[in-house]
Design a protein around this ligand. Structure first.
Ligand code: SF4
Length: 315
């Protein structure tokens, strides 16, 4: 029989471990639920998947597309509608691409899949001079091939694994370096007009996908096999957003929310709002006019004031 102090010492060492295992399991469960909720929300908000759809999930071997496939498969089990999933990987014949990993993973998962073999790597290497960025030609080729494959497979939707951070980074890249207010659409029509492209991870933070990939132990295939350098401008934007998250909690969330709350009449695109034809209607709009306010943050307050004090009383 164990003496009392030894038994106590063993209990002390076992108990905290057990507790931390339970805590981790609880956190992992919460993470899975959050991902399902956010993906379900994005699908619902943008009507991404409809009854009878065949969804082609583009699988690169990176954490994002693995998570996309995993969550879509979970949601398909629970969905009140029927839709098919087919996973597609484009093997671009990059040096040292481990072409056994994805088929083995997909077989185990029991999902329909197709591996498309196309040597875009050689084409890109041949056409782009050494030292120049290869990504733009590479992605154009990849896009064309994937749309063709989608048509051949009879897919009605093409699902991509871009997430909330990708959308934010693209938004700032376009603004800072392209002078445009645009990001990555959550849903769009493919170039050839034959499919709808969807981004069901649009509401999901990259940090959650990193964690989820660890939890699920996805067999990640490195994304730098082509030898291309990371886009420096994107890297800069990523750093800026990370810094904001740390220094100004809530700022990035607000910017992201603003992408869904656009007021064309309060921007300057004459194609989006008929400024040139604007005439006084004679009808008061308590939420519309902040022309004499200095601080845009005072909008809610001024709206309240306007609802308390009739506009004609303000001189
Ligand atoms: S990183 Fe490599 S594989 Fe990816 S788009 Fe650029 S060139 Fe293509």
């Amino acid at each position: 029989m164990q003496d009392q102090p030894l038994a106590q010492a063993l209990a002390d060492t076992v108990a905290p471990n057990q507790k931390s295992i339970e805590k981790i399991a609880h956190e992992n469960n919460k993470l899975h639920k959050r991902l399902c909720r956010q993906v379900g929300q994005a699908i619902g908000d943008f009507n991404m998947i409809e009854d009878g759809d065949k969804v082609m999930v583009c699988l690169s071997g990176g954490k994002d597309s693995y998570a996309l496939l995993d969550i879509l498969m979970t949601l398909r089990e629970r969905a009140p509608i029927n839709f098919e999933i087919v996973a597609v990987n484009l093997d671009q014949k990059q040096p040292n691409f481990p072409d056994h990993i994805l088929p083995a993973y997909l077989e185990k998962l029991g999902v329909a899949y197709h591996i498309e073999n196309q040597d875009t790597y050689s084409i890109v290497k041949r056409l782009i001079p050494e030292g120049k960025t290869t990504c733009s030609l590479c992605s154009r080729l990849r896009r064309g091939i994937l749309y063709r494959v989608a048509t051949e497979l009879g897919a009605t939707k093409v699902a991509l694994g871009h997430h909330r951070d990708d959308i934010m980074e693209t938004f700032f890249l376009n603004m800072f370096f392209g002078g445009k207010l645009k990001s990555m659409p959550a849903k769009l029509q493919s170039d050839d007009g034959k499919q709808i492209v969807i981004r069901p991870l649009a509401y999901v933070k990259e940090a959650d996908l990193i964690r989820y990939a660890e939890v699920k132990q996805f067999p990640i295939i490195p994304c730098d096999l082509c030898g291309s350098q990371e886009n420096l401008q994107r890297k800069q934007i990523k750093g800026m957003l990370r810094e904001w998250e740390k220094k100004f909690p809530g700022r990035v969330d607000n910017v992201f929310a603003s992408l869904s709350t656009v007021a064309p009449s309060h921007l300057m695109d004459r194609n989006l709002f008929g400024f040139t034809g604007l005439k006084a209607s004679g009808i008061a709009d308590p939420n519309g006019d902040i022309a004499f306010d200095d601080d845009p943050c005072s909008t809610p307050a001024s709206a309240n004031v306007a609802s308390i004090i009739p506009l004609h009383a303000v001189d």
